[in-house]
Design a protein around this ligand. Structure first.
Ligand code: HEM
Length: 135
């Protein structure tokens, strides 16, 4: 069983680091083509949620003390981050094909805004995840 925990936590942390890290990096540099990261980011987000649900089931089922409250805050900010990324970056990247230069720069500004909001929220998630057991 120990191996199952190791694999699930490993996948959870690696997918979470990829999702949060690329979101912050793409949000900071407008020259990075955000649309190339969108699908891998959403894939990582799905893996983070699936493994996170398993971790909750393994270690926190039926408990809601201060540690779980901190984890829950991180989960809520991750959920909002995924929604913002999907709504702003996802919709804009889908309209890039065939857009003229003016439209493209408008869409890119929207994508950067989405990545920055999501990145800020994911910073809160990472802090909550990393410190929850100290509460
Ligand atoms: C960017 C996103 C995320 C990152 C980087 C991340 C990272 C981490 C890390 C490093 C831990 C280990 C904490 C420790 O053992 O002290 C952890 C634990 C945990 N995470 Fe996440 N996480 C993320 C999102 C999520 C989401 C969305 C969920 C729920 C759906 C979740 C559920 C959990 C749970 C339940 C634990 C506790 C496991 C335990 O008790 O050992 N995480 N996370």
């Amino acid at each position: 069983m120990q191996y199952v925990y190791i694999v699930v936590i490993g996948l959870h942390v690696m997918a979470g680091v990829f999702w949060a890290g690329t979101t912050i990096a793409v949000g900071r540099d407008p020259d990075i083509r955000a649309e190339r990261f969108f699908r891998p980011q959403m894939g990582a987000a799905v893996l983070v949620f699936l493994t996170g649900i398993l971790l909750w089931y393994f270690f926190h089922q039926g408990v809601f003390s201060s540690m779980e409250k901190v984890l829950a805050l991180g989960i809520v900010t991750a959920l909002i981050a995924a929604g913002v990324q999907g709504a702003l970056v996802g919709s804009a990247s889908g309209q890039l094909a065939g857009a003229d230069a003016a439209k493209e720069s408008q869409l890119r500004a929207k994508m950067i805004r989405g990545e920055r909001i999501a990145g800020g929220l994911l910073v809160i998630t990472v802090l909550c995840m990393a410190t929850a057991r100290m509460f």
